[in-house]
Design a protein around this ligand. Structure first.
Ligand code: GZL
Length: 329
């Protein structure tokens, strides 16, 4: 990205007046927050962005918002610009877990607190950031597998309900390589299944959280593999793409192939209600208000918890789905 466009992006500042009712019990007026967002790869990400922008406006926080267009190097440039601009707080969603030490050292030297949002980083020196606000992705993987156990294993005997004796064949659509959701959702899922011999992950590939790639992967998978019992997809975008590919081939999603999906965007909840998805594990994108609250505490030189997880639910085909609140994205 050429420098001029890059810096004009950085300097787009959404300056919002603070309606007096928005001032909660922490002073937020006048805080300058630099926020580096991954991009716009999914409906989840776009909801996450709206949540941050709307919460900053509501809190009267001056937001320097930068969309990195899926490139870590753009995030690092943005953080350096926030340092040069001497923002009060830096918050960012690390697209991948590794490679942040140097730029976080620079933020520490500039005495600017850093809040890690949504995805986690892999770093030795934990003094390089003030805390993490996001979702429990290991638990999301575990919940996905626990649904499968309930679907295929007799709780009393621990025996497989299927008399066929054949293993349950699972296809996994992974998120962005090297990202904490992809790593943790894969790990949590495998940790639970490790206790049962009758499950077999026959294929695992990254679809980068993109609907288009979920479609492409599923087209190839349906050409190459047979006897697929389950799709475990790390996000709804890839799931919806995969469902398109199944339907084009007369395969009934949720019946011919069991589907587990993570995020809980409205389209996935609607598919769950139609019986096209069997289990939806929520990953809550509406992190804006908490990001602003934590930023205000940091700006006031107050400490914050090291880890804060968002509240989330699991929805399955066995639940009363009529009461699910509108997802808002
Ligand atoms: C998870 C988040 C993931 C979502 C995807 O917290 O980082 O990225 O599951 C999004 O939909 O693209």
């Amino acid at each position: 990205m050429e420098k001029s466009r890059f810096f004009c992006l950085i300097l787009t500042i959404s300056l919002c007046l603070l309606p007096s009712c928005a001032r909660k019990n922490v002073e937020t007026k006048g805080i300058i927050l630099g926020f580096s967002q991954i991009g716009a790869e999914s409906a989840w990400r776009n909801c996450n962005t709206r949540s941050v922008q709307e919460a900053a406006a509501g809190a009267g926080i001056q937001l320097l918002f930068f969309n990195a267009e899926q490139k870590q190097e753009n995030q690092i440039k943005a953080i350096r610009s926030f340092i040069a601009y001497q923002v009060d707080i830096i918050a960012f969603v690390p697209i991948v877990s590794d490679g942040w030490e140097n730029v976080l050292e620079e933020a520490k030297e500039a005495n600017i607190p850093v809040l890690i949002c949504d995805r986690e980083i892999n770093i030795q020196d934990e003094s390089l950031y003030a805390g993490y606000l996001g979702t429990n992705m290991l638990a999301q993987g575990r919940s996905s597998a626990e649904y499968l156990i309930k679907k295929f294993v007799n709780p009393e005997t621990g025996q497989f309900l299927e008399e066929s004796g054949k293993p349950v064949r699972i296809v996994e659509l992974r998120g962005t390589e090297g990202s904490s959701p992809a790593i943790m959702r894969a790990k949590g899922f495998r940790d639970i299944l490790a206790g049962y011999s009758g499950f077999e992950i026959i294929y695992s590939e990254s679809g980068d959280f993109l609907r288009s790639k979920g479609y492409e992967l599923m087209c190839n998978i349906l050409e190459e593999l047979d006897e697929i019992d389950v799709i475990y997809s790390h996000n709804d975008g890839m799931t919806l793409g995969a469902i398109d590919a199944m339907k084009e081939r007369g395969i009934k999603p949720g019946e011919d192939i069991i589907i587990i999906s993570i995020d809980a965007e409205q389209a996935a909840i609607d598919a769950l209600k139609r019986g096209e998805i069997n289990c939806v594990v929520e990953c809550n994108p509406k992190q804006g208000p908490d990001i602003m609250r934590l930023s205000a505490l940091l700006a006031g030189n107050e400490s914050i918890p090291r880890v804060i997880f968002m509240e989330e639910e699991v929805f399955t085909e066995w639940d009363d789905l009529s009461g699910i609140a509108p997802r808002g994205y």
